[in-house]
Design a protein around this ligand. Structure first.
Ligand code: SF4
Ligand code: SF4
Length: 329
């Protein structure tokens, strides 16, 4: 068996959904990233402007890199109903750990062959969607997400950079969005400003996860019942009609408290409840800020006691969000 098929077979044994290859000497133009950044669309995500050389010349990520192995892990499943919706990707265990462990096992196999490796899961200076596009996996849709014919859009991407030469070619996948613009129409805040360009300042995913300050007033009502992240552009994509429920046990939805109960949580309770979840990284303060916005939008009079409790928070952002929510109710 060729090394390519051996690696794919090992990847599938580990539960990885797809595994493709692209030469590491591909390059990208810095112009598109710099243009997006100079328009302020990256919001506070300053790290995206760093390491432009590695982002545009992936072979710089690992000295002597010959191949990039692009792996995807399906996470689609039906979301449980709850007060305060959580993006599908965050229902279970943190994907950085789940996919990261699988990539680490693949790296060990490659290193046993005497080669070097370096892997990333949604971290590091890696333009993962454009790389996956050149590996022929799918195309960057108008939502900016990677769309595939076989698996839809609900999957995580991870990349292994390796010195192992593997026969493969760089071939950009055809874009099959056509005249569709369902993702753009579905976006509650109009964050997809033009095809393939998302303004993070307006994106609910950014606002509820990355954004550290108060949620700007203009977006509070539009956040609706979304406590953590947003699935709308993903869910609107018609290519997801092929999506199958993930078989990854680690992504089994966890039983998290309601938005109302989150407002009564202590730091210790938060750490225990959200340990190992991607939600853990936004910390209790940001989650309570989000819970106030959610209750202001979808709560009722029974939630006022929880919001009054939050008004007394030492954290001004939580206290102000709770006052706003009480006003809405
Ligand atoms: S995640 Fe939500 S808010 Fe962000 S671009 Fe997609 S639909 Fe719009
Ligand atoms: S919803 Fe339509 S336009 Fe958006 S990414 Fe999917 S196919 Fe492309």
């Amino acid at each position: 068996m060729l090394i390519k098929e051996t690696i794919q077979e090992k990847a599938y044994e580990l539960g990885i959904t797809f595994c493709e290859f692209v030469p590491a000497d591909i390059t990208f133009s810095a112009e598109k990233i710099q243009d997006w950044y100079s328009q302020g669309y990256a919001a506070e995500m300053k790290w995206l402007e760093q390491n432009i050389d590695k982002r545009t010349q992936p072979s710089l990520v690992l000295d002597g890199a010959k191949t990039i192995i692009v792996c995807g892990l399906n996470y689609w499943q039906i979301k449980p109903e709850r007060q305060g919706s959580i993006a599908t990707y965050a229902l279970g265990r943190d994907y950085h750990k789940v996919l990261g462990n699988k990539l680490k096992t693949l790296c060990n196999f490659i290193e046993d062959l005497g080669e070097r490796t370096k892997y990333y899961v949604d971290t590091g200076p890696v333009l993962e969607r454009p790389i996956a596009e050149l590996a022929g996996i799918g195309w960057q849709g108008k939502s900016s997400l990677l769309v595939t014919k076989q698996y839809g859009t609900f999957f995580f991407l991870g990349e292994i950079f390796t010195t192992l030469p593997i026969e493969c070619k760089s071939e950009k996948h055809t874009n099959f969005c056509g005249s569709c613009s369902k993702c753009m129409l579905a976006c509650p805040t109009g964050a997809i400003v033009t095809a393939g360009k998302v303004d993070a300042n307006k994106c609910i995913s950014y606002l509820t996860i990355e954004h550290k300050g108060a949620i700007p007033l203009e977006y509070r009502k539009l956040i609706g019942g979304r406590l953590y992240g947003c699935d709308e552009c993903n869910a609107a994509c018609p290519w997801n009609k092929v999506a199958k429920t993930t078989s990854e046990q680690d992504f089994t939805p966890r039983n998290y408290p309601s938005a109302r109960d989150i407002l009564y949580m202590t730091s210790e309770e938060f750490s225990t409840t959200f340990a190992g979840s991607p939600i853990h990284r936004i910390k209790l303060e940001r989650l309570q800020r989000n819970a106030c916005i959610v209750l202001g939008n979808i709560g009722n009079k029974n939630d006022i006691d929880a919001l009054q409790h939050a008004v007394k928070s030492d954290n001004e952002i939580i206290s102000e969000a709770a006052q706003w929510a009480i006003g809405e109710l």
